[in-house]
Design a protein around this ligand. Structure first.
Ligand SMILES: NC(=O)c1ccc[n+]([C@@H]2O[C@H](COP(=O)([O-])OP(=O)(O)OC[C@H]3O[C@@H](n4cnc5c(N)ncnc54)[C@H](O)[C@@H]3O)[C@@H](O)[C@H]2O)c1
Ligand SMILES: O=C(O)CC[C@H](C(=O)O)[C@@H](O)C(=O)O
Length: 360
């Protein structure tokens, strides 16, 4: 059988990013050889510590190697300061834009045996909205002195393509159901989230474009139903009836917030993966941050990273390899003997990883 070589960049970043990214590498190395995959890894720098050492949070080498020498990557987390630090800018936000990774795909799922099962995918626009970071600080006595403002930019192009991605994901999920994969949903549904009742131009454009993209005949013919939900009541409904959502499409900031909220519904941020996806490239990234409160204790839940590794493989066309990882992770969660403290267990990161590797 011909084998495929995948060149993977590893960017642990800061904090628990360094404790969980090695798990991603180990699970790739442990995949059965019958899958015909070979991996070559390159360690790459980014993050606040890199910034403190070198003056650059996202070194040029990291971007060059990703662009010219990698097929995909895994990103841990970075410790972006909440207080402005001159010269520092979030490397993951920059990377998403530099590599045009326009979709941030975030599946939020319980195991099939859960009493109240949840199975949704949040498809977050990944390049614009308030994340264009065009902010400025001004001063005007009429405003009470210093004030600050930021641009919220929403484009037709980005809104159409993110909604198209959401439609494609809804179709793919439906195909899996039809081929026998158990699911709590019977038919595909995309929920468009916005706040166009107030932001009629920016979110209004997002809403219009998303509706237009999802009206394409392949989605209509594929039975993809479309609904819309204003983001504040979306949070309410998400918490009341999380099981009713299939695919959610949202502008950048709402998608960021909704995905952390949804993580609480499935038990922990340490479970929720993401993939930053562009044309032919994907970076797997756990949804959580660098978790300074548990850094260095060896108890970070590695599952979000393991699932992000699988998600990266899926977007690189290796669905069978991805399925192996999902199954091994689900088996660990269903047995519930070796769980990390965020899930009420006592297991260390190492113990959880070893248990999942044994199940591959
Ligand atoms: N993609 C990224 O790089 C990314 C994402 C989010 C936050 N951040 C950064 O991370 C830093 C810390 O942010 P925060 O504390 O607001 O959010 P966080 O996601 O780091 O932590 C929130 C809570 O979840 C827990 N948690 C997170 N991941 C966990 C895991 N794998 N296992 C067990 N528990 C886990 C933490 O212990 C903490 O109590 C900030 O500097 C922020 O900028 C980076
Ligand atoms: O802290 C950072 O540098 C980025 C955090 C990042 C974001 O997109 O805002 C994180 O919240 C995420 O969900 O990926």
């Amino acid at each position: 059988m011909a084998s495929r070589l995948l060149r993977i960049g590893l960017i642990p970043g800061d904090g628990i990013g360094r404790e969980v990214i090695p798990a991603g590498r180990r699970i790739l190395e442990a995949l059965p050889s019958s899958l015909g995959l070979k991996f070559e890894f390159t360690d790459l720098d980014a993050g606040f510590e890199t910034f403190q050492k070198t003056g650059a949070a996202l070194p040029e080498r990291t971007v060059d190697v990703l662009k010219n020498g990698c097929d995909g990557a895994l990103f841990g987390a970075v410790s972006s300061p909440t207080k402005a630090v001159k010269g520092y800018s979030s490397p993951i936000v920059a990377l998403r834009k530099k590599l045009d990774l326009y979709a941030n795909v975030r599946p939020v799922k319980t195991v099939a045996t859960a009493a109240s099962p949840i199975d949704m995918v949040i498809v977050r626009e990944n390049t614009e909205d308030l994340y264009v970071k065009e902010e400025r600080t001004l001063e005007d006595p009429a405003m009470g002195g210093v004030y600050a403002e930021a641009i919220k930019r929403i484009s037709t192009r980005a809104s159409l393509r993110i909604a198209t991605m959401a439609g494609e994901i809804a179709l793919r999920r439906q195909k899996l159901r039809e081929s026998g994969f158990a699911s709590i949903h019977k038919s595909p549904l995309v929920t468009i989230t916005h706040k166009s009742n107030v932001l009629s131009q920016t979110d209004g454009l997002f809403r219009t474009c998303a509706k237009e993209a999802l009206a394409a005949s392949r989605f209509v013919d594929g039975g993809v139903a479309v609904e819309e939900q204003i983001v504040d009541s979306m949070v309410y409904k998400l918490f009341r009836q999380p099981g009713s959502y299939d695919v959610i499409v949202a502008p950048n900031l709402y998608g960021d917030i909704l995905s952390d909220g949804a993580a609480a519904l499935v038990g922990s941020l340490g479970l929720v993966p993401s993939a930053n996806v562009g044309e032919g490239f994907a970076i797997g990234e756990p949804c959580h941050g660098s978790a300074p409160d548990i850094e260095g204790k060896g108890v970070a839940n590695p599952i979000a990273t393991l699932r992000s590794t699988a998600l990266m493989l899926e977007f690189l066309g290796e669905e069978q390899a991805a399925a192996k990882i999902y199954t091994a992770v689900d088996a660990n969660l269903e047995e519930a003997k070796l769980l990390s403290p965020d899930l009420g267990g006592k297991a260390t990161t190492e113990e959880v990883v070893s248990d999942i590797l044994k199940r591959l």
